[in-house]
Design a protein around this ligand. Structure first.
Ligand code: SAM
Ligand code: SF4
Length: 533
């Protein structure tokens, strides 16, 4: 359930309003532009006699979702109100994804729609940002065919949203600002978190792996870890604000901190060692990610800690042991398999074999027999034969993943795989995807059925949209659970009414609360049960 947007790290902008020039240093420079934009937006508000609204669409992975929280934080600080009504919004911003081609095509489709909106309301603002904008041909197309777009920026400079908006409001022309590399991580910006009880926390940006099919390293740059101090600070402040569940985010979380060690910047890892106990310094040097997990586990008030994505090549036994010994570290591993064929894994530049992946799963199960293991798989990579594909299906059956994101290989220009011979025909790719989904769905149902009769800890998320008496939540393994719940809601006139369900629990409930649910039935994507506490 999404809550009312709440602004974190609110900045006192008043003192920046009177400055004559923008400071050089970040984040002060951005505070200055936020103050300037607030002034301009205030004037437009006065003229219109109402607050201005922004429709903020995010496509793609959790990194993009996290970036959009920051963009929304900046826009909220400036004075925009978030809206779900794109057709009447004063500003529309799309945070785009380019991992697969169909995401790109959808954006072009929506730009056509935005053009029709802008013809009716020429003063609306349109901004495009994110991974797709890091591709030169995309920006060229926007410049040529979509002249009505106001602001275009990429993945490295989202923290400059206010500065770019100011340029557009005071300039008049389309503002384009695309960087080809990261020029430093800017902390201490406002953010609006999407959910009232769970939050993602970036631990690193970018990726060094260059899997041959993947565009991420080209559009998000090389790996850059955040300092452990900044990460812990963000976790502490999220917990203080009532957040119970933290997901540590990175393209390859297992390589967290290794860039500091490579670049002789150990101080960024070691600066908080005294706060986390004896021996921590050595642990950080040896296994930065495992040590980070331990430190986050110890933050008072944190209830659940997830992390994603894990790379099978880099995940260590120490990380698994740490999860097994942790208190709040959830027994859930999202380890991206991609293919069950060692030959294809090699062509993908993944750095492990089928056998090594199976050995990793064995190690996870040795320490944590009940661990939930989820994955990502691509079908139809260039040169994938029926035999290679059969190996993927057999591995899926052997492992028994709780769930899997399955993708059809999508050719991304500029990546090595796009130039490979033996591209697989579309009909073959589609047939393989369907077959793999059937195999995985059977597995998921089978695993979910084993939960029937068990009582599981669930973090309540909120009522489902269609049936308010049905609540949903997630297990520690991230499985979706539904149950009946009587609860009180506020209607539009602010009067309160209780929604009753025959067999629903009448115990009080709020999003983020941990409840015990006895599982009674299972489906492929979810399980259902009764609340018992
Ligand atoms: N860093 C993560 C990892 O390696 O597991 C995943 C990041 S990527 C945004 C999410 C997933 O998209 C990948 O795990 C992969 O399965 C899929 N993906 C990436 N490039 C793709 C492509 N060209 N075609 C199809 N799927 C792709
Ligand atoms: Fe892409 Fe591979 Fe990096 Fe994941 S690890 S983001 S799939 S290059």
């Amino acid at each position: 359930m999404k809550g009312e947007p709440e602004l974190f790290n609110e900045i006192d902008l008043d003192k920046y309003e009177s400055l004559k020039e923008a400071p050089e240093n970040e984040p002060e420079r951005q505070y200055y532009y936020m103050a300037k934009c607030r002034e301009l937006i205030g004037l437009i508000e006065k003229k219109k006699g109402r607050k201005l609204t922004v429709y903020n669409l995010v496509v793609g992975c959790q990194m993009n979702a996290k970036d959009s929280e920051k963009i929304q934080g900046i826009l909220t600080q400036i004075g925009f109100e978030k809206t779900d009504a794109e057709e009447t919004a004063d500003m529309v911003i799309y945070n785009t994804c380019t991992v697969r081609e169909n995401a790109n095509l959808k954006v072009y489709g929506r730009l056509g729609y935005l053009n029709s909106l802008k013809r009716e309301r020429p003063d609306m603002l349109i901004a495009m940002c994110g991974c797709m904008m890091q591709e030169k041909h995309v920006v060229d197309t926007i410049k040529e065919k979509y002249r009505f777009v106001d602001i275009v920026f990429g993945t490295y400079n989202i923290y400059k949203t206010a500065e770019l908006l100011y340029l557009r409001l005071t300039g008049g022309n389309m503002v384009i600002d695309i960087w080809n590399e990261n020029k430093g991580i800017v902390e201490e910006l406002p953010a609006v978190r999407e959910y009232p009880f769970k939050s993602g926390v970036n631990i690193m940006y970018g990726c060094n792996n260059f899997c041959t099919y993947c565009i991420v390293p080209y559009v998000r740059g090389r790996e850059r870890s955040r300092s452990i101090e900044n990460i812990l600070e963000e976790v502490r402040s999220a917990v203080a604000a009532g957040y119970k569940e933290i997901t540590l985010l990175g393209q390859n979380v297992d390589s967290y901190g290794k860039d500091f060690l490579r670049n002789h910047e150990e101080e960024k890892l070691l600066s908080v060692s005294s706060a986390v106990g004896e021996g921590f310094t050595e642990a950080l040097k040896a296994e930065p990610f495992a040590a980070l997990l331990k430190a986050v586990d110890q933050v008072p008030g944190v209830e659940r800690v997830h992390f994603m994505t894990s790379h099978p090549r880099d995940m260590s036994e120490e990380v698994i042991r740490t999860v097994a010994q942790g208190t709040h570290l959830c027994e859930h591993f999202h380890v991206a398999l991609q293919s069950g064929s060692s030959r294809i894994l090699k062509a993908m530049n993944r750095g492990y074999t089928r056998e090594r992946f199976l050995a990793l799963v064995k190690t996870i199960r040795k320490y944590i027999p009940q661990a939930a293991i989820t994955t990502d798989i691509i079908v139809g990579f260039p040169g994938e034969t029926d035999e290679d594909f059969a190996e993927t299906c057999s591995l899926v059956e052997e492992v028994g993943f709780d769930s899997a994101f399955t993708f059809i290989y999508s050719k991304r220009s500029g990546t090595p795989a796009a130039r490979m011979q033996d591209q697989i025909p579309d009909d073959v790719k589609h047939a393989r995807l369907q077959k793999l989904m059937d195999v995985q769905n059977r597995q998921s149902l089978c695993i979910n059925r084993k939960l029937v009769g068990q009582t599981v800890e669930v973090m309540a998320e909120g009522p489902t949209e269609k049936h308010p008496e049905t609540w949903n939540g997630r297990t520690r393994g991230n499985k979706l659970v539904l149950w009946q719940q009587n609860h009180t809601v506020k209607s539009a006139d602010s009067s309160e009414k209780t929604i009753h369900s025959e067999e629903g629990s009448s115990l009080p409930i709020r999003p983020g609360q941990l409840v015990q649910i006895k599982i009674e039935s299972a489906q492929t994507w979810l399980v259902k049960g009764t609340r018992i506490n």
